[in-house]
Design a binder for this molecule. Structure first.
Ligand code: UDP
Ligand code: MG
Length: 141
């Protein structure tokens, strides 16, 4: 059986505010495995694919602007239940709802902006993980 994978991004606010190490530490503390990792500047095309369910929303331009405001760290992370568990580790989408102890609850700084700046992205299902991995790691099989 192939191991479950998730596509995790440290978003520009997480990189800018110095939380790459903390996100990686939390992944490693759970004994998940980082299978691939890179720093990228997201293209409009990558973002439109990645956020294909949001691309037609009126607030999509603010998401695009935020996600292009600085470099991103992209990771393929594997392990048992990684998708569901990392979603719990990340916390609620809106940082004002995210519990203390979650990545977003602990590290998101501002949420009264055009787009929600919430430190990390993680895939919401095994299927979306495999879809998103192709976007950020086209060289991976
Ligand atoms: N987002 C936003 N405003 C919204 C909804 C979403 O800025 O009203 C952004 C936010 O950065 C969020 C991302 O789009 O993390 C993807 O939204 P989704 O609902 O998939 O939340 P997530 O899976 O990241 O918790
Ligand atoms: Mg999502």
């Amino acid at each position: 059986m192939t191991e479950e994978r998730s596509l995790i991004l440290v978003k520009p606010d997480g990189v800018l505010n110095g939380h790459i190490g903390e996100v990686i530490t939390r992944i490693e503390n759970r004994r998940y495995q980082i299978k691939a990792l890179k720093v990228v500047n997201a293209s409009k095309e990558q973002l439109a694919e990645h956020y294909n369910q949001l691309v037609d929303k009126p607030f999509y331009p603010s998401i695009e602007e935020f996600m292009q405001s600085g470099p991103i760290v992209a990771m393929i992370v594997s392990g048992k239940n990684i998708v569901e568990t990392f979603r719990k580790m990340a916390g609620a989408t809106n940082p004002s709802d995210a519990l203390i102890g979650t990545i977003r609850g602990d590290f998101a700084r501002e949420w009264d902006k055009g787009s929600i700046q919430n430190v990390v992205h993680s895939s919401d299902s095994i299927e979306s993980a495999e879809r998103e991995i192709k976007i950020w790691f086209p060289e991976e099989k």
